[in-house]
Design a protein around this ligand. Structure first.
Ligand SMILES: [Zn+2]
Length: 327
């Protein structure tokens, strides 16, 4: 319905009164952007589903790419709030990087249908499924989706392991090269630099966790097995009985027994899951709660990227594992 005639002039006057200062503000911003950025046409537009993939893409692409993650770092990657703006974004990108292995199967396919972008169709160089080339763990022999199984193609939470980050980084470098050959040398240089930093940090992270080799850790969702394998830890128990199903009172009682019997000293608490189960277990057993995320920015102070995130996780976890159960 059109605005009433009485309201329209008032709106127009307000708009004119606000005009000069807002134009000045826009000009200041534009000048700043033009000075600090390479020509926009030179940048490849990259979308990733999650923030960890975006972090690795930025490491390799540097100033030659403009990377945006669709999911917020604190969101459950299986259940992302898919906004209509995601379709517009996906329709304009040169590359899409997804986790794959059905991590995003609940929300990404509809967005791709809407975006109709041939550059990111399957088997195009602009489409990277991160799980290709990764040794997938826990591929089920039979499926029962009615039981809430979200890991139908194996456990898709593999990128939190540095060895898998390295595999993905190489794939991103070769994908970017095939879209922008003029920057091939830069992508290779950045890949080498990323691998070098990852390797040296990995030594540090391993030595932090080495005293705890063989120890169990607890998670809410079954998303820590690759991390545990990388650092010689075990995750034989998780709080939810199946992906997406909350624990019963009976299961909580069983978990309390398991924590005591196995001397499990740390439980990872991720921003997208309810804290109350971990809090109950902590009150009953003394198990330490470790704020954790697999996504840079999922816990404060880790926004800079996957290396900073692993630095934080390994440090906080090692400190928690040093503390014996209190009760
Ligand atoms: Zn999962």
């Amino acid at each position: 319905m059109p605005d009433s005639p009485a309201l329209q002039p008032r709106k127009r006057r307000l708009a004119i009164a606000a005009w000069p200062s807002s134009v000045f503000g826009v000009l200041v911003v534009l000048v700043g952007v033009v000075i600090s950025m390479p020509p926009a046409s030179a940048q490849l537009k990259v979308a990733t589903t999650t923030a960890d993939l975006a972090s690795v893409a930025r490491e390799i692409g540097g100033p030659a790419v403009d990377v945006v993650a669709l999911a917020r770092p604190g969101e459950d990657p299986h259940f992302v709030d898919a906004k209509p703006s995601f379709i517009a974004r996906l329709s304009r990108v040169d590359m899409l990087i997804e986790g794959g292995a059905e991590l995003e199967s609940g929300w990404l396919p509809a967005l791709l249908l809407g975006a109709r972008n041939p550059k990111i169709a399957l088997r195009q160089p602009g489409r990277i499924r991160a799980n290709i080339g990764i040794e997938m763990l826990e591929i089920p022999t039979s499926l029962d989706r009615s039981q809430g199984d979200l890991h139908a193609s194996g456990n898709p939470h593999f990128l939190i392991a540095p060895s898998n980050m390295r595999i993905l980084a190489r794939r991103i470098a070769s994908g970017l090269e095939s879209l922008d050959a003029s920057n091939a040398r830069a992508f290779q240089d950045r890949l080498k630099s990323f691998e070098g930093r990852l390797d040296s940090k990995l030594l540090e992270w391993r030595s932090r966790l080495e005293p705890h080799r063989g120890r169990q850790i607890l998670g809410y969702h079954n998303s820590w097995i690759y991390f545990a394998r990388e650092f010689g830890l075990k995750v034989d128990f998780v709080i939810e009985p199946k992906p997406g199903i909350p624990p019963s009172a009976r299961r909580m009682a069983d978990l309390i027994t398991a924590i005591r019997e196995n001397d499990i000293r740390a439980v990872f608490v991720e921003p997208h899951v309810s804290r109350r189960f971990a809090e109950t277990l902590s009150q009953k057993t003394g198990i330490r709660m470790v704020m954790a995320s697999q996504y840079p920015g999922g816990i404060p102070g880790t926004e800079a990227g996957v290396i900073e995130l692993l630095d934080r996780l390994t440090g906080d976890l090692a400190r928690a594992l040093e503390q014996p159960l209190g009760k």
